[in-house]
Design a protein around this ligand. Structure first.
Ligand SMILES: C[S@@+](CC[C@H](N)C(=O)[O-])C[C@H]1O[C@@H](n2cnc3c(N)ncnc32)[C@H](O)[C@@H]1O
Length: 359
């Protein structure tokens, strides 16, 4: 049992079973032993690899998206460039380098980073020192003003609630203790009354109020002050089915096995985010497949230029490109969701057909 598992078990002995969301919050963000409060989980030596760590091309395309959006929004000066969960800072470093094609963009931006991990903040500080970032614990702490927000694999790390349709009606899944005192799932907590009555027994619905609140806040700020957001994650349209997973050293492990020592994440339900964006008074776009999005921003031409400049790296570049845009790889598993003001034309990488239904 990890140190954190022992502390969670003690809490359950005192309070009874806790929700899956409370378990996830403790496993990832416990101030002493939470997964994201410890070291650096990214990269080949860590637990997982993200798109910006695969190739500089990913962050470069996001940088161009921001420049294009800033121009479309009337080139506000100053404006906030915000990243949620910047990891090692790689995406932002690549984005800023690509954005140098518009010196006025670089001069107008004020960089704000929302990051909970002290270790990752230190890495971001080292890599992004030139842009003099300001850090925040949450989106709610960002100052008002026009804002372009980017996030990659941030929302999937926020806690989910899981609800199970049992023979006795809907129940919230919790984490309790088995006969040996080990952490175990229990389907016994009371559930809210608004779950769909027509799903078969055994069905599961996942909800992520923390992500919805963030998207609502971003949308309110966009409606009030202008700007836009692009959020990239793996996920599906609606939150049906058990998608909670734990990953350690690039391998799936049981979710309750090693809290604090394995990454926990779950699919993002984009339909819920679209509803949250509308509730915040802004227009949702997509989600569209990452591969399509990156290609419409010009990643193929960028890969060709990089390969021409570094012929010895052509095969490596081709492999990275395939991982980012290939069907069955990140190109279809990951989706891109955007938020603009109502009435704005499609943001780069989207078409009129990707407009959220009620936008
Ligand atoms: C899966 S990593 C992705 C990192 C980076 N975006 C990338 O693509 O490489 C998740 C990031 O979000 C941060 N994070 C997770 N939960 C957070 C929270 N509740 N508040 C602020 N940052 C959080 C982590 O510390 C980490 O930087």
């Amino acid at each position: 049992m990890t140190t954190l598992a022992g502390r969670i078990a003690g809490r359950i002995r005192e309070e009874g079973p806790i929700t899956v969301a409370a378990y996830m919050a403790a496993a990832l963000q416990d101030p002493e032993d939470g997964y994201y409060r410890r070291g650096d989980p990214l990269g080949r030596g860590g637990d997982f690899v993200t798109a910006p760590e695969i190739s500089q091309m990913f962050g470069e395309m996001i940088g161009l998206w921001c420049v294009d959006g800033w121009l479309a929004d009337g080139a506000p000066d100053p404006f906030q460039l915000v990243e949620l969960g910047p990891g090692r800072g790689t995406l932002m470093a690549d984005a800023l380098r690509a954005a140098a094609i518009r010196p006025a963009f670089r001069a107008a931006l004020r960089l704000h980073l929302v990051e909970s991990s002290p270790g990752l903040r230190a890495r971001q500080a080292a890599l992004l020192a030139d842009a003099r970032p300001t850090w925040h614990e949450s989106v709610a702490g960002l100052p008002p003003g026009p804002r372009c927000t980017v996030a990659n694999e941030f929302l999937d790390a926020l806690p989910i609630h899981q609800f199970v349709h049992t023979a006795h009606g809907w129940r919230e899944r919790g984490v309790g203790l088995d006969g040996d005192g080990n952490l175990a799932f229990v389907d016994s907590l009371p559930a809210p009354p608004d779950l769909p009555p027509d799903l078969p027994i055994g069905s599961m619905v996942e909800r992520r109020p923390a992500a919805e609140a963030i998207v609502r806040d971003l949308a309110r700020a966009i409606a009030a002050c202008g700007g836009r957001a692009v959020l990239i994650d793996y996920g599906h349209g609606a939150g049906h089915g058990d998608t909670l997973q734990a990953v350690r050293g690039h391998e799936r492990v049981p979710v309750l096995e090693a809290p604090g020592e394995a990454d926990l994440s779950a699919h993002v339900a984009f339909a819920d985010l679209a509803a949250a964006a509308r509730a915040g008074g802004a227009a949702p776009w997509g989600p569209v497949p990452q591969g399509r999005f990156l290609q419409s921003l010009g990643i193929l031409a960028r890969a060709e230029r990089l390969a021409a400049a570094r012929p010895a790296a052509r095969a490596t570049l081709a492999a990275a490109l395939h991982r980012l845009i290939g069907a069955g790889a990140m190109g279809t598993l990951f989706k891109v969701f955007a938020i603009t003001r109502h009435g704005a034309p499609p943001p780069a990488g989207f078409t009129d057909a990707d407009r959220g239904a009620a936008a």
